[in-house]
Design a protein around this ligand. Sequence first.
Ligand code: FAD
Length: 514
Amino acid sequence: MPDRSKHTPNHFFAAPRTPPYSSTSKVHFSLKKLPLDGYFSFENIHCAAKDFGNRYHFLPSAVLYPKSVSDISSTIKHIFYMGSTTNLTVAARGHGHSLQGQAQAHQGVVINMKSLQPKMHVHTGQMPFVDVPGGELWINILLETIKYGLAPKSWTDYLHLTVGGTLSNAGISGQAFRHGPQINNVHQLEVVTGKGEVLTCSENQNADLFYGVLGGLGQFGIITQARLSLGPAQKMVKWIRVLYSEFSTFSNDQEHLISSENTFDYIEGFVIINRTGLLNNWRLSFKPKDPIQANQFSSDGKILYCLEVAKYFDPDEIEEVNKKIERLLSELNFIPSTLFLSEVSYVEFLDRVHLSEKKLRAKGLWEVPHPWLNLLIPKSRILDFAKEVFGNILTDNSNGPILIYPVNKSKWNNKTSMVTPAEDIIYLVAFLSSATPSSTGKDGLEHIVTQNQRILDFCDKANLGSKQYLPHYSNQEEWEAHFGPQWETFVQRKSAYDPLAILAPGQRIFQRTI
Ligand code: FAD
């Protein structure tokens, strides 16, 4: 048997190749022979060629519905040892909420991670944690851990994403300034490598694999189980929005808030460019503190910046929390008439985007193309970025929200594979656009993609030192530039853990070697 672990994968992307030698029926035959607890489907494969981005559709040969970790291990081992008789690749699919086919495998095998057993197990005590399968949705983890008065500390804005999917990227939301991204709140992982080995890894055991997999874009192994750090669950949330007309005042206040421990529990923000009737929409869930003044405020024709913050509380301590909030707000410089408040349960707050999903689905507006662009911008260049992008490139944001908020990188572990700009404070800027199918206008895919490219071109030209989050590139030079000094380590880890480049072909970083 040749020693395949010595192979170095080619790290360039070409259009997906059709296996020249092994016919589809041969592939099916060889996979069918594998003894599994779960099963392969060779017919129901179209669902695995779709994702939230709705722009890339690569049909696999088969979809594996694993019941056990050994199903995943046997499948990968089988493909690994088939060597040059196949060039099958394998993609783990969480909830398929990628944007550009990252969880797809052209003529390969897609593993439906959500069908993986076993169930979750919550460990209470002084340092509580939960063991979860890699295909578990964050909403289910919340609903399970909250029964014990516990919950994960760091979230994403939307909870219908899987643990394996977000840990392969980072998992960033309004708690990341305090707790770091989700990849910072993991004690241990169980991983199936590209050679089919099942390995446990943590800070103290197989640390190179552990840090490689966290933020590793699925390149080094499939996460079959994760041990997540827990903290106390909360009961209620005061959810607050205030507006600014000056970007620098807004960002100064955001940076001021994230600099202190004694602050809100969630800090985000978004940009509003020339939106009509926006504040009226908010009124369904937010109450203005000063209704008369708020009535006279109009967002039409303006660029506004909305600071969004939240404070968790126990209803028994309402007076105390109100005082804390008043003190925190008194330190800020927002437009006084634009203070909007809401009070919701902890679960409602964390699961807030799901409500929008239901509304959009009902109108047929969820399964449209989503040309999203997510960027990380260093604090020192955020004013230049805002001036050009919000003042010049974009004329409105009617295609979707634009999030913008700073995070404190001192809370982030820099040993993971995730790439960030080299500054202590960085801003996440997320252009979350939806395109109207077959429109050729300003709400069409082409227009939005062109606008995204203008933003990327500006970042390059102005040398902002920005990085893409949920990165997407089409050639090796761009990936190398993205990883910068971390590229060599990334390539070394690929050679060590997935030497034939079988895993996560949809990221288009490495091409399968035979
Ligand atoms: P998939 O799309 O299924 O997979 C993503 C990648 O991870 C693929 O390469 C796949 O092969 C790999 N992968 C999947 N499972 C595993 C596994 N078990 N082991 C190894 N690799 C695996 N991100 C944030 O950080 N913050 C947010 O607030 C946020 N909000 C979002 C809101 C919406 C509505 C959507 C659609 C996305 C949002 N995201 C956010 C982005 C999200 O984190 C990524 O798209 C993530 O990849 C989606 O998770 P998924 O489970 O659907 O993964």
